[in-house]
Design a protein around this ligand. Sequence first.
Ligand code: GAR
Length: 218
Amino acid sequence: MAKKRVAVLISGRGSNLAALIAAAEAPDYPAEIVFVLSNRSDAGGIAFASQRGIATAVVDHARFGKDREAFEREMQTELERRQIDIVCLAGFMRLLTPWFVGRWDGRMINVHPALLPAFKGLDTHERALAAGVKIHGATVHFVVPDMDAGPIIAQAAVPVAEDDTPDTLAAQVLKVEHIIYPLALRLVAEGRVTVVDGRARIAGRASSTSPLVVPEAG
Ligand code: GAR
């Protein structure tokens, strides 16, 4: 089967982008990262991708003022030009309108640094520490118009240590993001994920298994 053509949308560092690119180098990986789009020209991930020969573009949201759809129409033009099958949001820090989300229904996924539906939005690590949770983690989900609310494809948990700070916790969570994002993209690209009643069902996954990835404590 032809590999799915994937675009990764970023706003910054791009470590999840790097994890997706690394995974997609495996010959049997069902997707290839063919395009990286950023809303910020200084995003580290843009330089990283172009060094690897991947097409990149910057669509600066600030050029469009409050007109979010105009910003998204330009992104959409870029994505269509490159015949993209699947969009991965990887630290893309703009809220998307229902118009754009609708264009990519079932074909756009996001990584979020918390165990959804807990801690939607920003500053997840600070809020997890403030809440005193003992387990935190990361989620990959389909994107729907409501923020951080789409069907969950993969999650991974990390233990919260007594002396964790937002930064140390973020570093632990990021490690598992880099594991579950390539895994979730593989599942979606293989066509193994279907959404039934707002929940993602994964073909071939035994109903009795625990979460897809549970890293070791410590
Ligand atoms: C990641 O931790 C990702 O989960 C988070 O931004 C970081 C991007 O890092 N995304 C969000 O908070 C989305 N609301 P990266 O640029 O190194 O991949």
